[in-house]
Design a protein around this ligand. Structure first.
Ligand SMILES: [Zn+2]
Length: 68
């Protein structure tokens, strides 16, 4: 199964993501899904969520130094 937007191979978590509205598989990778998730609520298999999903939190801003 490949992402219908960017053709990347989907893992189990990505390939089992279904639209919460239609119940159909979305077939989007995490990257492409994140771009549309506000408009496209989905049911996700949290039991299939992998480590791969967690690393995307690379916007950690805890090291911002207070200018004062
Ligand atoms: Zn994609």
């Amino acid at each position: 199964m490949r992402c219908i937007a960017c053709n990347k191979n989907l893992n189990d978590f990505e390939s089992t993501r279904k639209s919460a509205v239609t119940g159909e598989y979305l077939d989007l990778c995490n990257t492409c899904y994140h771009a549309v998730e506000d408009d496209l609520p989905a049911k996700e298999r949290d039991d299939l969520r992998s480590e791969e999903e967690v690393f995307e939190d690379d916007t950690d801003v805890t090291e911002i130094v207070d200018p004062l």
